[in-house]
Ligand binder design. Structure first.
Ligand SMILES: [Fe+2]
Length: 311
């Protein structure tokens, strides 16, 4: 079915959104059979955080998982995985010693096309990726794997448009807010239950040398205090349900802490969730090579209880 003639009987909904960072180290620490390099352990606080987020959101039985990834960068427009299956070996270009991952994933092409069409109607440039040899990026893979290691739920993979890098943070973020609204409308029309993943790290200055044993946690700590303070500030706004203020300071966060939210994944997700005013759940925060990473969940069902907590 093409995106132009879709009909839906039920109203779809976003059943959750997760800030789902993608350092390859956490998949390396998991020792999953799909990843070739083997570790002793490592980065447990994040891995256990993902485990709790996974239990919570998979219990909602989503039909589809959507992911917006900073490591699929597209210069013109917003692209979507556009074939039912992709498989291959994904190798992290910086950490090939940690991440050589055999992936075999299923795509909800129908929903991807619907989002692309909604985006086009709003004036965004959108395009489907139909190349069967396209190598899916490690950002998409790590976030999806940590949320659903069984890979038994189809995904919608969305690229990150490069406009914040060659134009401005504000312009890029405005595009992502539109893309989020297009995503929400398409999900509602689809009749499906969706979980959204924003594949973003927070503060992003990092070490440039690696210990002999990459999982040597005696070497892992925040890279700089100012980046840590920024992370705590944005997490505080998440915890208090003040996402409109959060969106307002993200461009500054991008500049001061080189935050990966510059790629737009978090803005896209918060927009699709209509800028939640209820507190997010922090599943875990820890560093990976000095960068700040938080696994954070937004669950619309918890809205009532959360509002009463604030009062
Ligand atoms: Fe990254």
């Amino acid at each position: 079915m093409s995106a132009s003639n879709y009909e839906s009987t039920g109203r779809g909904e976003i059943v959750g959104g997760v800030l789902a960072p993608h350092p390859p180290h956490i998949v390396y620490g998991e020792n999953h059979w799909r990843n070739e390099p083997k570790s002793e352990c490592g980065w447990e606080v994040l891995r256990w955080g993902y485990e709790r987020a996974r239990k919570h959101f998979l219990a909602k039985k989503p039909d589809v998982i959507l992911v917006h990834s900073p490591h699929w960068q597209t210069v013109i427009g917003h692209h979507f995985l556009g074939l039912p299956e992709f498989h291959g070996l994904s190798v992290d270009p910086i950490f090939p010693n940690l991440f050589r991952f055999k992936y075999d994933l299923k795509v909800d092409v129908e929903l991807a096309e619907m989002i692309a069409e909604e985006g086009r109607e709003m004036g965004l440039i959108t395009k489907m990726m139909r190349n069967p040899h396209f190598r899916v990026d490690y950002g998409t893979i790590v976030s999806c794997h940590m949320m659903n290691p069984e890979w038994d739920i189809p995904i919608v993979g969305i690229s990150s448009n490069n406009s914040p890098y060659y134009f401005s943070n504000e312009m890029g973020q405005a595009q992502m807010i539109q893309l989020g609204q297009a995503t929400k409308r398409a999900i509602e029309k689809s009749g499906k239950r969706a979980v959204l993943l924003a594949s973003n790290t927070l503060s992003h200055r990092h070490f440039t040398t690696e210990p002999d044993i990459p999982e040597d946690m005696s070497r892992e700590h925040v890279y700089e205090h100012s980046g840590y303070l920024w992370d705590m500030q944005v997490i505080d706004l998440m915890r208090k349900g003040r996402t409109k203020e959060l969106i307002a300071i993200l461009p500054e966060f991008m500049d001061h802490a080189v935050s990966e939210v510059k790629a737009g994944s978090l803005a896209w997700m918060l927009s699709a969730l209509d800028f939640p005013q209820y507190p997010a759940e922090i599943y875990g925060y820890w560093t990976v090579i000095g960068t700040g990473n938080a696994v954070v969940g937004w669950d619309p069902i918890l809205r009532e209880a959360a509002v009463s907590q604030v009062v």
